[in-house]
Design a protein around this ligand. Structure first.
Ligand SMILES: Cc1cc2nc3c(=O)[nH]c(=O)nc-3n(C[C@H](O)[C@H](O)[C@H](O)COP(=O)(O)OP(=O)(O)OC[C@H]3O[C@@H](n4cnc5c(N)ncnc54)[C@H](O)[C@@H]3O)c2cc1C
Length: 401
C-alpha cells in the first residue's frame, strides 16, 4: 500500500461493527455528509436489532428474527453505505491507513472501532454447558435450549442477570438467581436499596442464592446439579451465565493502540493513534467504560461531527439506567464522584419501594440516586434537581484538536 495524505481523503470512512455503535455513527455521519463513502464491516449478518430486547423478549414470545428490524441490505440502502457481512477484520495497519479483511487489504481515511464486547466466561468445575446471551444468535440458542425445561439457574445478579430472571419468571419458568454479592444489582444499587429490590424479586417468585457462587456444575440425566460455595446443592434444567462483558480490544492492542479498561479514547472518541476512533462497548472514553445505549448515542453524535471535520467532545447529560424488571422496577444514576448514600422516606410507598440518594462528599448536592418500586415516580424531580451543572462532559482537560 502506498500512502499520501491527498490520496487518503478519497478513501472511505471504515467502521468495524454493525451494532448500535457502528450503525448510529454511520447514520449520524450520513446526516452531516451526504457524499463521504462509508464502508461497514461486520463478522455477523449485519441485521439491525435492539440488543436490550434480548433480556425482555421471551415473555413477549418474540423470536430472534422478530427482534431484527432491518437486514444488512436495507441498512445499506438507508445509510447509502457499503456493508460487508460475515467478514472478520484480522488486523489494523495504522501506518498504512488500512485494515486486513479475509486476507485482503482495505484502505481508510478514518477508521472507527465499534467492535463491542465478549461475554466473560466463568471458570466452573464440572461438565456443564453454560449459555450466555449477548447477540441474536445466542438468543436463538437460548430459546431452543429452553424447550422441555422447567427451571433455569442464572449465574450473576447484575443488570442483565436480573432482567433475564424477570423475563423467565414472567414466561412461566422457575428461576434460581445466584450471585456472590449479598444483594442483587450490587454495582448499581447501594445495599439498602438492593435489599428492597431483592425482596421484590423474591416476591415475584425468583429464588435468590446470594452471597454464594457456583463451585461445580455437573450434567444429570435431566438438567444439572450445582454445588454452591458452602456445599449446598441445587438443581436446574438450564444454566445461563450473566457475569459481565469484556471489551473486544485484541485488534486495537495488536495495532499498538492504548488500552485502558477498553480501547482508550480522549473526550472526542479519538484513540491514541491518528485517524482511528472508538466507541460503544469496546471503548473506554477517557478510560471509563459506559456500555449502555444512551452514552453510545451521545458518543456517536459527537463522533460523527468530528469525522465530518468539526472536532467535538462528547457531552453527556445525566443518564439514568432503567432496569427492565417490571416485577421490581428500578432506575439508577450512578454517582461519578465520591459521595454518601442515604435512604429517604417514600411518599407513596407500594409493597416494595426504596429511594436512595447519593450526596456529594464536599458540597452535599445530589450526584446520584437509586429508586425501586413505587419510588421510581420520584425520577423526574431528582433528574431536575441534578440537572444544573451536571452535563458530564468528558472532562475539560483534553481539548478537542
Ligand atoms: C441482554 C442485554 C440487555 C441489555 N439491556 C440494556 C438496557 O436495558 N439499557 C441499556 O442502556 N443497555 C443495555 N444493554 C447494553 C447495550 O445493549 C450495549 O451497550 C450496546 O448494544 C452495545 O453496542 P455495540 O455496538 O458497542 O456492540 P455490539 O452490538 O456487540 O456490536 C459489535 C459489532 O462488532 C462486530 N465485530 C466485532 N469484532 C469484529 C471483527 N474483528 N471484524 C468484524 N466485525 C467485528 C460484531 O459483528 C458486531 O456487529 C444490554 C446488553 C445486553 C447484552
Amino acid at each position: 500500500m502506498t500512502d499520501t495524505h491527498e490520496g487518503r481523503s478519497q478513501e472511505p470512512v471504515v467502521i468495524i461493527g454493525t451494532g448500535l455503535a457502528g450503525y448510529t455513527v454511520a447514520r449520524e455521519l450520513r446526516k452531516l455528509d451526504s457524499t463521504v463513502p462509508i464502508v461497514l464491516l461486520t463478522q455477523d449478518d449485519g441485521a439491525f436489532y435492539s440488543k436490550p430486547m434480548l433480556s425482555n423478549a421471551l415473555a413477549m414470545k418474540k423470536e430472534a428474527h422478530a427482534l431484527a428490524s432491518f437486514d444488512a441490505t436495507a441498512m445499506a440502502a438507508q445509510l447509502r453505505a457499503e456493508i460487508r457481512v460475515h467478514r472478520q477484520v484480522e488486523r489494523i495497519l495504522p501506518a498504512e491507513h488500512g485494515v486486513v479483511v479475509d486476507g485482503e487489504p482495505l484502505r481508510y481515511s478514518k477508521l472507527v472501532l465499534a467492535t463491542g464486547a465478549d461475554v466473560r466466561r466463568l471458570n466452573v468445575e464440572g461438565d456443564a454447558q453454560i449459555l450466555s446471551i449477548n447477540d441474536l444468535n445466542d438468543y436463538t440458542r437460548f430459546r431452543d435450549a429452553l424447550t422441555g425445561c422447567q427451571s433455569v439457574a442464572i449465574l450473576g445478579a447484575g443488570l442483565i442477570g436480573c432482567e433475564f430472571a424477570n423475563d423467565l419468571i414472567a414466561a412461566g419458568f422457575a428461576v434460581l438467581l445466584i450471585d456472590p454479592a449479598p444483594t442483587p444489582l450490587a454495582r448499581l444499587l447501594p445495599p439498602s436499596a438492593g435489599e428492597v429490590f431483592a425482596n421484590a424479586l423474591s416476591g415475584s417468585g425468583v429464588s435468590l442464592y446470594l452471597g454464594r457462587s457456583v463451585s461445580r456444575a455437573e450434567r444429570q440425566p435431566k438438567g444439572y446439579r450445582l454445588t454452591l460455595s458452602g456445599g449446598e446443592q441445587i438443581h436446574a434444567d438450564l444454566l445461563v451465565s450473566a457475569v459481565g462483558l469484556v471489551p473486544r480490544t485484541a485488534l486495537a492492542a495488536q495495532a499498538g493502540l492504548k488500552i485502558e479498561h477498553g480501547i482508550w479514547t480522549d473526550a472526542a472518541c479519538r484513540t491514541s493513534v491518528e485517524d482511528i476512533y472508538a466507541l460503544g462497548d469496546c471503548a473506554a472514553l477517557q478510560g471509563k467504560l459506559q456500555p449502555y445505549v444512551l452514552p453510545i448515542m451521545h458518543a456517536a453524535r459527537a463522533l460523527a461531527r468530528t469525522l465530518s471535520g468539526e472536532p467535538t467532545k462528547v457531552a453527556f447529560p445525566v443518564m439514568p439506567v432503567t432496569v427492565k424488571t417490571p416485577a421490581a422496577p428500578a432506575v439508577v444514576v450512578s454517582p461519578d464522584a465520591a459521595g454518601e448514600w442515604s435512604l429517604e422516606p417514600v411518599a407513596a410507598a407500594g409493597t416494595y419501594a426504596a429511594r436512595a440518594v447519593c450526596h456529594h462528599a464536599d458540597d452535599g448536592r445530589a450526584i446520584g440516586f437509586a429508586l425501586v418500586g413505587a419510588a421510581i415516580e420520584g425520577k423526574a424531580a431528582l433528574l431536575k434537581e441534578m440537572a444544573p451543572g451536571m452535563s458530564r462532559v468528558a472532562a475539560a482537560d483534553t481539548p478537542a484538536r
